[in-house]
Design a binder for this molecule. Structure first.
Ligand code: ADP
Ligand code: MG
Length: 590
């Protein structure tokens, strides 16, 4: 007999999940399903990332609800819209053969009237992010008086994002006697607090050792100087031509910058964070899921709980602020029984953090070496050769051109042709890695030496991009410019090409931008006597303003703090909010 049937799941559902490739229950499903089917307890389920917690609550819900009734009976709350969509789609797949089952995804940034229409038509399962849910409750557009089950998925993250009050308000509209189920991969103090606050005598199930990471993940770390981080990261990516990875940064700004730099450097990469519009986020996720993106650069919040098949590497470009987040990050790989690598780029000072994470994750980390230039070049060359071997040739289409092609190569030997084809893609790497230095730092090296090598930003820019000059302009986000707008504005005003512009650092009342040295004069002359909204536009060399920058940065922060993001900002998520929330949290910090 199918083991899911033995657990008490009906044939219609088992048939649907069999099609998804679920042959037997995962440990958390095996243990949780019978308890939840009894429907008589509050419940806390702790299980490692990627072990099927969605089905562990989704399958029992489908068994317990009465689909002949059209009112909401289950409410699932989660922190981000990506997760909200993922959970609702997963449940819809399990319910494929239950024609009356209706699931609605309620999340911010999307058209509310569509969501209201779906609710009016009748739904039994509501999957929601707290902000939008509360909005809909406020409009008296939903009736939760018959809700029997509430599921809190990734509850600690919802609290981190400042959703506590919203959750209280939402839950106050549900009946006293409903059952609350909580699922998480880690049990930080917040989760413990939620369990206490929202549950009575919950049945607690912990799979494996509490808070430990997934066993199928190999953890590695690379010790590099801060200024070598970006080139080291590139080398690691270049030496894994088949990489399909998620790169974690600490802030939205860092996420955006790394993504932009990678794109400029020719990688299939894009950013996922809370400052993007919903359409942008959806597009990025879609491209990543269908593998047209190779690298997804994300904040902790944006990627929490995300389930994408066959992620090969999680890259901690910056270590997370909270240790638990390392577990959530690395858990984006090695899902559903597969294996994966989680690697971290650290400097000497951060080695202690690695030791602390090792303790939490319960596994020792392997020290890896940033590959040498020649090794990367060799990897790329053989990846290219493999590609050539595997490429499918469309005989019909290429045939008409063959005689001409043959003719052009008539003079060349087979060896020459092979060399030329290989060089076509390969030269880029050869050039880049010629004379490439060793980027590894010997941990026994003294700390002083790092400092004595001079300061640089996170791209190691002073070494790698000295052909740019950093300029200041007195226009910024308060003038309603986005990074793209200001790029366009500069190009239009000065008639230089966008390609001549490097990194753009948009601030409140001003912006720093990089310009190729050759175009700097053109920028200065282009901005002479230019007004914007009645104000005279000023461009200066940022190097000469260096002393001012630190102070302005602070001013900028308090500006952001005061920009009244309110609920929308929270709903958007993203690491930045926390820095400005001023809330005290109890997570284990370094
Ligand atoms: P978690 O919430 O525990 O991190 P998910 O619920 O997102 O994990 O599931 C991780 C992946 O495992 C998903 O792709 C899901 O389809 C798959 N999965 C879940 N249960 C099973 C099962 N019993 N057999 C095979 N694959 C499963
Ligand atoms: Mg999950």
């Amino acid at each position: 007999m199918n083991p899911f049937i033995e657990l008490g799941i009906r044939h219609d559902i088992v048939n649907a999940i069999t099609e998804l490739g679920f042959e037997k229950p995962t440990p958390i499903q095996e243990q949780a399903v019978p308890v939840l089917l009894a429907g008589s307890n509050d419940f806390v389920g702790l299980a490692q990332t990627g072990t099927g917690k969605t089905a562990a609550f989704g399958l029992p819900l489908l068994e317990l609800l009465d689909f002949s009734q059209k009112h909401p009976q289950a409410l699932i709350l989660c922190p981000t819209r990506e997760l909200c969509l993922q959970i609702s789609k997963d449940i819809e797949k399990y319910a494929k053969n239950l024609p009356d089952a209706r699931v609605v995804a309620v999340y911010g940034g999307a058209n509310i009237s569509d969501q209201l229409r779906q609710i009016r038509r009748g739904v039994q399962i509501v999957v929601a992010t707290p902000g939008r849910m509360l909005d809909i409750i406020g409009r008296k557009a939903i009736d939760f008086s018959n809700v029997r089950y509430v599921v809190l998925d990734e509850a600690d993250e919802m609290l981190n994002m400042g959703f506590q009050e919203d959750i209280n308000n939402i839950l106050s509209t549900t009946p006293e006697e409903k059952k609350t189920w909580l699922f998480s991969a880690t049990m930080p103090a917040e989760v413990r607090r939620i369990a206490k606050k929202y549950m009575t005598d919950p049945h607690e199930l912990t799979m494996g050792t509490k808070n430990t990471g997934n066993e199928n993940i190999e953890h590695q770390y690379y010790v590099v100087r801060a200024r070598d981080k970006y080139p080291a990261f590139k080398r690691i990516v270049d030496s894994n031509p088949q990489i399909f990875g998620i790169v974690f940064c600490r802030t939205k700004i860092e996420t955006q910058e790394i993504a932009e730099t990678l794109i400029k450097d020719g990688y299939n990469a894009d950013a996922l964070h809370g400052d993007l519009s919903q359409q942008q986020r959806d597009k990025v996720m879609r491209r990543y899921r269908d593998r047209s993106l190779q690298l997804l650069i994300a904040t902790d919040v944006a990627a929490r709980g995300i389930d994408v098949n066959n992620v090969t590497h999680v890259i901690n470009y910056s270590l997370p602020d909270e240790i638990e987040n390392y577990t959530h990050r690395s858990g984006r790989t090695a899902r559903a029984g597969k294996t994966g690598i989680s690697l971290s780029l650290v400097n000497l000072k951060e080695l202690g953090k690695i030791r602390q994470i090792e303790k939490v994750v319960g596994k020792s980390f392997v020290k890896a070496e940033v590959p040498k230039g020649e090794a990367v070049v060799e990897k790329q060359l053989f990846a290219l050769i493999e590609k050539v071997q595997q490429v499918s040739v469309s005989e019909n289409h290429i045939d008409p051109y063959l005689p001409k092609i043959m003719e052009s190569f008539a003079e060349l030997s087979k060896e020459d042709i092979v060399k030329r084809f290989a060089s076509l893609e390969f030269n880029r790497f050869l050039e880049y890695y010629q004379n490439a230095p060793d980027l590894n730092v010997d941990p026994s090296e003294s700390r002083g030496s790092e400092r004595s090598k001079g300061k640089s930003d996170r791209f190691g820019r002073d070494e790698y991009k000295s052909d740019y000059t950093r300029l200041f302009i007195n226009l910024g986000s308060v003038d309603e410019f986005t990074r793209g707008d200001i790029l366009g504005y500069i190009c239009n005003t000065t008639q230089i090409s966008g390609k001549a512009i490097g990194k753009i650092d948009l601030k409140g009342v001003y912006t720093f931008f990089e310009v190729e040295n050759a175009s700097v004069d053109k920028v200065f002359s282009g901005f002479q006597h230019i007004d914007f909204n009645g104000r005279s536009v000023r461009v200066e060399n940022a190097g000469e303003r260096g002393a001012d920058e630190g102070r302005s940065e602070k001013r900028n922060r308090s500006f952001r703090n005061g920009d009244g993001g309110g609920r929308k900002r929270r709903e958007n998520g993203g690491g930045g909010f926390r820095d400005f929330s001023g809330r005290r949290r109890e997570k284990s910090r370094w």
